[in-house]
Design a protein. Structure first.
Length: 224
């Protein structure tokens, strides 16, 4: 069975993102075996409240992934981590489907401080982008203190055009024009000239994994 890992975004979990949005069943119907992982500090199992514990999220993820993957699908932070692993070990995780990521890959997580303040109850009203991410996080059953620590971690992963040039895996970049987090994405697309790029109208950032067009494109790319 061809195994495909699914890596959620900040605040999510495998169950709350991929299973809830129907990816498990769709992948199995297409002949794949989904491999679910939770990024460190996410999911009901919790984790440390110390930001230093999240100083290398990609290594933690790598330890959870089986060898010989046919491919991996990432969303947002999950996509960043898959690209970090690809830069370290090109081609090791098969075909990569990267959703909800753009030129923000090269910059600090802009909404981080506002989200941390909200998680700690220091603010009551939130801009739409922050409110959407908080709602996404609430579905995962994650410990808010863990999620805050993840946002306050030492900067990682740190990716540059030079590091991305090492990539050899077939890559699909899939984004929505309405994604205020991941748009624009021209710099990322330019840094991965061999990648396939699809841009759709419709969902904002956190709605991408629930969009059938993303799921269908991912499965088609993995099947190719």
């Amino acid at each position: 069975m061809r195994q495909v890992a699914l890596v959620h975004g900040w605040g999510g979990s495998y169950a709350a993102t991929w299973q809830a949005d129907g990816w498990d069943a769709a992948l199995r119907d297409a002949g794949f075996e989904p491999v679910g992982v939770d990024v460190a500090g996410h999911g009901p199992q919790g984790g440390p409240h110390d930001a230093q514990a999240y100083a290398d999220l990609a290594s933690d993820l790598a330890a959870k992934l089986p060898a010989g993957l046919h491919g991996a699908i990432g969303f947002s932070l999950g996509t960043k981590l898959l690209l970090e692993l690809e830069a370290r070990n090109p081609g090791a995780h098969g075909r990569l489907v990267l959703g909800g990521i753009g030129d923000n890959l090269f910059a600090p997580e802009a909404a981080g401080p506002a989200i941390v303040a909200a998680l700690r109850g220091e603010t009551a009203e939130h801009p739409p982008q922050v409110a959407a991410l908080l709602a996404y996080a609430a579905k995962s059953g994650s410990d808010p203190a863990c999620l805050a620590a993840v946002l306050e971690r030492p900067a990682n992963p740190v990716l540059t055009e030079a590091r991305l040039a090492a990539a050899t895996a077939p890559i699909l970049i899939f984004n929505s024009r309405a994604d205020a987090v991941a748009q624009p994405d021209a710099r990322l697309v330019s840094a991965l000239p061999g990648a396939t790029h699809q841009l759709i109208d419709g969902p904002g950032h956190v709605g991408l994994t629930a969009d059938d067009r993303f799921r269908d494109a991912a499965i088609a790319f993995l099947t190719d």
